[in-house]
Ligand binder design. Structure first.
Ligand code: B12
Ligand code: SF4
Ligand code: SF4
Length: 270
């Protein structure tokens, strides 16, 4: 594609993403993303590859390893807003994916078909889990300019704060990156996100730059404890109750995972 066509296509694709239901969308370069902090930190993390947030996979990938489709040049990352007044977007209905995840997958599916048909570009719908062929979605979003990683260790966007969920696809054409941005609301904030954590997951600095050979760490400064947060996730699993919902004729177990570090953040609240 010539430069002029490329620029035109990139703005049409980003517009299309919103038409299909994305709240935000942007491009990140695959080469840049491969150098992102999560890729270098993940293999060094204590308990890497076991337990928390790890899924069995057929690809035999270790933490920080990724498989990229042949010729993948650009990651198109989307965010869908999960507002406070629609908590059900995030609930697990028994073993079924939360409705919000279905929206994300549906937008990417539509984009894959439309982009391939319109521009004859090679596309790939990235799975959610990195070890199943996905990518670190927060790093991708930062590089695509959707927002920054807040002191709550998740993506904070100017428009919706941290209350978004993410998904991505690759394309085999080099579209210009749409980020990163200088947006950083945390530097002057009273850290409501951290104060609201029921497991005190940000209480101590548990990682030090000099031990990991990188300045960018979980929770930005090395204070996010994945095991502490996961205690809460397990508690939420145990506490899940059967409820009657309109989507099912039988009562189903509803798992409502903690979101305090998102909902306490004032950014993006109207
Ligand atoms: C495994 C996982 C979990 C595990 C472990 C969490 C963890 N952070 O390690 C558990 C189950 C505990 C968990 C909990 C939660 N998760 Co989770 N999780 C994931 C998953 C699958 C991978 C995350 C991962 O392994 N990251 C890599 C590890 C090594 O690093 P890290 O802790 O994230 O820290 C890195 C970043 O902070 C980054 N970073 C920091 N500063 C900067 C600055 C720049 C410039 C850059 C580029 C990067 C960067 O560098 C750090 C490493 O050095 C992602 C989906 C995905 N495919 O990405 C969702 C994901 C991160 N989770 C998400 C959410 C919402 C949650 C929860 C709120 C629970 C819930 N209700 O869904 C909590 C929040 C915990 C928290 N405050 O971080 C969302 C975040 C959305 C957002 N706004 O960012 C994601 C993207 C999934 C989604 N559906 O969209 N999660
Ligand atoms: S509550 Fe404050 S410190 Fe925490 S993520 Fe939001 S802006 Fe950043
Ligand atoms: S999801 Fe809950 S337990 Fe985990 S870091 Fe956020 S506030 Fe803490």
């Amino acid at each position: 594609m010539k430069q002029r066509e490329l620029l035109k296509a990139s703005s049409v694709i980003l517009k299309k993403a919103k038409e299909f239901g994305a709240s935000l969308a942007g491009f990140a370069s695959v080469e840049e993303l491969k150098k992102a902090p999560s890729f270098s930190f993940a293999p060094q993390m204590q308990g890497a590859g076991e337990g928390i947030g790890t899924r069995k996979n057929d690809l035999d990938l270790r933490p920080g390893e990724a498989v990229w489709p042949d010729n993948a040049k650009t990651v198109l990352v989307i965010a869908v807003e999960h507002p406070d007044d629609k908590p059900e977007m995030d609930w697990w209905f028994g073993r079924s994916d939360p409705p919000g995840n279905k929206v994300l997958a549906n937008v990417i599916r539509q984009l894959c078909t439309w982009i391939a048909d319109t521009y004859n570009i090679g596309v790939f719908h990235m799975p959610y889990h990195v070890e199943k062929g996905g990518t670190y979605l927060k790093d991708a979003s930062v590089l695509a300019g959707l927002g920054c990683i807040g002191k709550n260790n998740i993506l904070v966007t100017p428009e919706y704060g941290p209350r978004v969920r993410l998904r991505a696809m690759t394309m085999d054409v080099d579209f210009p990156s749409t980020g990163p941005t200088r947006f950083d609301p945390c530097s002057t904030c009273d850290e409501w996100c951290r104060k609201g954590c029921p497991q005190k997951s940000f209480e101590n600095k548990i990682y030090d730059s000099k031990d990991y050979g990188q300045d960018i760490l979980p929770g930005r400064d090395g204070s996010f404890s994945r095991p502490q947060c996961n205690i809460q996730m397990e508690k939420n699993n145990v506490d899940a109750k059967e409820e009657v919902i309109k989507e099912s004729d039988k009562p189903v177990k509803l798992i409502k995972y903690c979101r305090n570090c998102e909902s306490a953040c004032p950014i993006g609240k109207t």
